[in-house]
Design a protein around this ligand. Sequence first.
Ligand code: 5GP
Length: 204
Amino acid sequence: MSGTLFIITAPSGAGKTTLVRSLLRRDHQVRLSISYTTRVPRAGERDGGDYHFVDVQTFKALRDAGEFLEWAEVHGNYYATSKVWIKEQIEKDHDILLEIDWQGAQQVRKVFPQAVGVFIMPPSMEELENRLVGRGTDSESTIARRMLGARSEMRHVGEFDYVIINNELHVALDDLVSVVRASRLRYTKQRARHPGYFDYLEQD
Ligand code: 5GP
C-alpha cells in the first residue's frame, strides 16, 4: 500500500471544511471520502457530492450488512465511511482523506494503524465562540451546546499525530500541505512506491 490514509478531525467552527477544500484544490492526488449520513442536507449540499444522504432505515441496513469501515452518532445524526470505496482506493494506491469525528478516527486507527491523524484546532476557545456567534445562524443555547461539544472533541487531540492551529487560513493550509507531503515521504511509502529501486539495494 503506497497510498496514505489521512484522518482529519476538528470541532465545528475550527475551519476544517474550508481547509480541506483548499487542500484538495492544491493537491490533486488526495481523494476525499464521501460519507453516509442521516442528517438532512443543508442548503447547497448535493447528494453524492457532500454526503450520501440516506434515511435511518437505509443507514442501519447498510451498517448491519457490514458496508461501513466505521460509523458514529454525532449531534443526533448517524455518519459512516464506506468500506468498499476505501478498499478500491487503497488497491489503486491513492491517497485518501477522511473528514470524520474522533469516534470514527479511533475505529479507523484500529484497522489502519498507519493512518495519519490530523487534528485542526481553533486559535482559542474565545475565538471559537466568536466564530460561532459571528455566523449569526445559531441561538445562544445552540452555541453553548456547540462550545461544550467542541471541548469534548478537543479532549481527544492527543490521539492524533499532527495538530494544526487554524489562526490564519493560509498558514494553516501550508501546514496541512506540509503534513500531506511529508507523510508521502515516509520510508514505508517510498519503498512501496519504488519496490525495484529498493530491492536492488538489498541484492548482494
Ligand atoms: P456535519 O453534519 O457538520 O457535516 O458534520 C458533523 C460531524 O460529523 C463532523 O465532526 C464530521 O467530522 C463528522 N463526520 C462526517 N462524516 C463522518 C463519518 O463518515 N464518520 C464519522 N465518524 N464522523 C463523520
